[in-house]
Design a protein around this ligand. Structure first.
Ligand code: ADP
Ligand code: MG
Length: 336
């Protein structure tokens, strides 16, 4: 069977099956946002790697080198945030076509370096090679966390409140706009375009949430809510119930959806690359945690539904009534 009909998730499962089963004790390998490797009795390293390919993840003429540098790091920092860890070290590998301008490369590193500096993470190395056609950018980021605070996808429990730390759908709307329209200087549009080109990883939110025992499972929203919730359900062997009208949508997304006849909820559930956090919180802790979160970040911890033990699927509700939302999130191979 070709990988086209197999899907990214199942392909990774197959890769995992073909590898030796046992890992040294205490190490967590394939399956979460980061691998976890014990550092000392109380601390662990977390490690993540992400690859961006020209014309798959970005169109070079549509994004500045600076933003692409920033985004290449942001997508990795988002996985570090998902574990509740603090980013520390960065490795950058690039494959460049011969005609790439040196100024482009410098600007790419400027964007990457600026975001790294903001989070006190340092670039320690990488690799450089020539590419025949497309640009390829691969980053590996190492972070650190207190082992007892690390949040996994597998820790969701029956009755947990499902939450997200930011708006959903802006990035997908930004991409839609970039692909369908000509550039504009409209400042409101800037908001959704930068949500796509220069996402803000929720690193501080992740570290803060990790310190709270009431937070059970956590991951970042990278492939879209509809797809990412499946990862929590598979890892935690549970189901989920999501209220579509509780999904936080930005005012900008709402108004442009009206203007361009976009389906805002579809962008929010099936669009990808929001890079906020999706977490499950003990039902008895949610209220107090949400109050503290609002105080700390001046932004709500949005509750969008809950975890259930059965049925082991997502139930989408609109004003309490079940509806079908069959569009899956972003899957690299299904879209080939
Ligand atoms: P994310 O969207 O959070 O970056 P992915 O869906 O890319 O996560 O990956 C899920 C898990 O599979 C991670 O643990 C990742 O390290 C692992 N993984 C992905 N691709 C490969 C691969 N080609 N070989 C081994 N592990 C992989
Ligand atoms: Mg992730």
């Amino acid at each position: 069977m070709s990988i086209k009909n197999f899907g990214e998730f199942h392909l990774i499962q197959e890769i995992k099956k073909s590898l030796p089963k046992s890992l040294p004790s205490g190490i967590l390998g394939i399956g979460d946002d980061c691998a976890v490797v014990p550092k000392s009795k109380t601390e662990s390293y977390v490690v993540t790697s992400d690859l961006l390919i020209e014309n798959v993840h970005f169109i070079k003429s549509k994004i500045s080198a600076y933003d692409l540098g920033l985004k290449s790091l942001a997508v990795n920092l988002s996985d570090i945030a998902a574990m509740g860890a603090k980013p520390q070290f960065i490795f950058v590998s690039i494959a460049l076509p011969n005609e790439t301008e040196i100024e482009w490369v410098k600007s790419f590193y400027q964007g990457l370096g600026d975001l790294g500096q903001k989070h006190h993470a340092y670039i320690l190395g990488g690799d450089t090679t020539r590419s025949k056609n497309d640009l390829m950018l691969s980053l590996t980021v190492i972070g650190e966390a207190e082992s007892k605070n690390i949040k996994l996808r597998s820790h969701a429990q029956d009755g947990d409140i499902l939450c997200v730390t930011g708006f959903l759908g802006d990035s997908a709307a930004g991409l839609k706009y970039i692909l369908e329209n000509t550039p504009t200087t409209d400042e409101d549009l800037d908001e959704i375009i930068s949500a796509h080109h220069a996402p803000r990883p929720h690193v501080l939110e992740g570290q803060w949430l990790a310190q709270h025992k009431g937070v059970h499972a956590m991951m970042d929203v990278s492939d879209g809510l509809a797809s990412d919730i499946q990862r929590i359900m598979e890892s935690s062997d549970c189901g989920a119930c999501i209220e579509l009208n509780k999904i936080p949508l930005s005012q900008t997304l709402k108004s442009y959806s009206k203007l361009y006849s976009w389906d805002a909820l579809k962008l929010a559930t099936s669009g990808s690359e929001d890079y906020c956090l999706l977490l499950s919180v003990d039902q008895n802790s949610y209220e107090s945690l949400a109050l503290q979160f609002q105080k700390k970040f001046n932004s709500p911890l949005y509750s969008i539904g809950h975890i259930c033990s059965k049925p082991k699927k997502v139930q989408w509700l609109l004003n309490g009534t079940p509806v079908s939302n069959s569009t899956p999130g972003f899957d690299h191979f299904a879209k080939l």
